[in-house]
Design a binder for this molecule. Structure first.
Ligand code: ZN
Length: 330
């Protein structure tokens, strides 16, 4: 598995004590070094302004470029370096998509700041530019699938592709937390109708329900859509250890989800873009196990206990199927 990383990602600091901290990359990288998994690492260049404009309005770009230091929303701070580092995060995601597509090699973009809460004309939730959306538009294949497994709804990504049928957007998330969107009945608009798949779940739901979601929704839709490539917004904050949310995935289930998405990706064209994940140990464990899959290394998983063994979210899954049945054979 290829890794894309730039050391400038460490220099992005929101403010003291903020959960979206440089340690979110430092601890997983330290673990990968210890396990001899830190190989095949590419250092990306910045995205160009032209790339950013593929997903954002000119007003949004100039807001991020010219904003004085301060709060953009109660959780998102901007510094003089933010614009430059956000361009490198978008550039890292473009590079990861390119490696995955051109070399048929699953790729992990270890980027910061994250991106999936940045929409065409807005930012927030620790995000400035939507890394995965910019990468998808830069590739702009006939059909690309984005699967967002961060615990928060990928409202920015949904906004950018709501009326777009060349990108299928699927998001699993906890309902009732930030950003509050992601209702199952939001399915896309115009040409994009049927190409947005929202799978909201209540807190406490974990492993067994996610396997049902893969079996009954994500895998069947991916088979029918037949994407040329899969991009994954991987947030590790749906993990049961995460301090910001309360879905309950184990590390084992995270790895299983990634394996199943890799298995379904056409010619192994799949790139994982880091979004959230604030339990540092869980994030290190999940990301190094994902990289370990491709290095023949057995990465020991410690956080493997899930309380959801009997499909606690069966009703939620059935109600998403009810909505999506109009568009897909489920
Ligand atoms: Zn998140």
């Amino acid at each position: 598995m290829a890794i894309v990383f730039h050391e400038r990602y460490f220099d992005h600091v929101q403010y003291e004590g903020h959960p979206e901290s440089p340690e979110r990359l430092a601890i997983p990288i330290k673990r990968m070094l210890e396990l001899d998994l830190w190989k095949d690492v590419t250092r990306p260049g910045p995205a160009s302004e032209e790339d950013i404009l593929l997903a954002h309005s000119p007003q949004h770009v100039s807001r991020i470029r010219n904003s004085p230091e301060g709060f953009l929303d109660p959780d998102t701070y901007i510094h003089k370096d933010t614009y430059e580092i956000a361009l490198l995060a978008a550039g890292g995601s473009i590079e990861a998509a390119r490696i995955a597509h051109d070399c048929g090699k699953p790729t992990l973009a270890l980027v910061r700041p994250p991106g999936h809460h940045a929409g065409r004309d807005f930012c927030g939730g620790f995000c400035y530019f939507n890394n995965i959306a910019i990468a998808a538009r830069r590739m702009y294949l006939e059909r690309t699938a984005i699967v967002d497994i961060d615990v928060h709804h990928g409202n920015g990504t949904e906004d950018i592709f709501l009326e777009d049928d060349k990108v299928l957007f699927m998001s699993t998330h906890q309902r009732g937390i930030y950003p509050g969107s992601g209702d199952a009945r939001t399915v896309g608009k115009g040409r994009g109708e049927g190409f947005t798949v929202n799978i909201p779940m209540r807190g406490g739901i974990g492993d067994a329900t996610y396997m049902m979601i893969l079996d009954r929704i994500i895998e069947p839709i991916l088979h029918q859509y037949d994407p040329k490539m899969i991009l994954v917004s991987i947030g590790v904050d749906a993990h049961y250890s995460d301090p910001l949310a309360s879905l309950a995935l184990s590390s084992k289930a995270y790895l299983e989800i990634c394996r199943r998405l890799i298995a379904i990706a056409p010619d192994r064209r799949i790139a994982f873009m880091l979004e959230g994940g604030y339990a540092l140990e869980a994030t290190a464990e999940v990301l190094s196990a994902l990289v370990g899959e491709f290095c023949g290394a057995e990465v020991p998983l410690r956080q493997i206990y899930s309380k959801d063994v009997e499909v606690m979210g069966r009703e939620e899954v059935e109600s998403v199927i009810e909505v999506q049945k109009q568009y897909w054979n489920l």
